[in-house]
Write a protein of this length. Structure first.
Length: 158
């Protein structure tokens, strides 16, 4: 017998998660119905962060192969699509729990900066797609040289 401590906060969800769940379960959503039976679109968790020179997008796509990934960028919008195949079921199987979603996952987001698509790089490892999207030259910060007021005043004639 294993001693298990009771944690009162283990099953507590954030208010945002609770409101999201309320809306998802309160309305009839055909996409949700189809995703439960293995068709349709399901959410794809993302991380997006910005450095001085690039935007980095990380997408969680477990069970997806490189051949089933599609990344497109058009007019400031980044779209990532991933597809998993439903494994063949056998007549002699008795399902006790089935929570793994199969089918297509898709996310489209508006990027906060223009990017240089020609120099973008994508890598895929351990179910995580990582996109390195260099900022376009006009979207990168520019250094402005500071001059003393005496130099500015001396060069201008009024």
């Amino acid at each position: 017998m294993t001693l298990q401590r009771w944690d009162p906060f283990r099953d507590v969800m954030t208010l945002r998660d609770a409101v999201d769940r309320l809306f998802e379960e309160s309305f009839v959503n055909p996409d949700r119905l189809f995703s439960l039976i293995g068709r349709g679109s399901r959410p794809m968790p993302l991380e997006v962060y910005e450095t001085g020179d690039e935007l980095v997008v990380r997408a969680l796509v477990p069970g997806v192969t490189e051949d089933n990934l599609d990344v497109q960028y058009q007019q400031g919008m980044l779209t990532i699509r991933a597809k998993t195949e439903t494994p063949a079921a056998h007549d002699d199987w008795t399902w006790h729990l089935r929570e793994i979603g199969y089918g297509e996952m898709s996310r489209t987001l508006t990027l906060p900066r223009e990017i240089d698509v020609d120099h973008a790089q994508a890598s895929f490892k351990d179910g995580i797609l990582t996109l390195h999207l260099p900022k376009a030259p006009e979207a990168r910060p520019k250094q402005i040289k500071v001059s003393s007021a005496a130099q500015i005043g001396a060069g201008s004639k009024s």
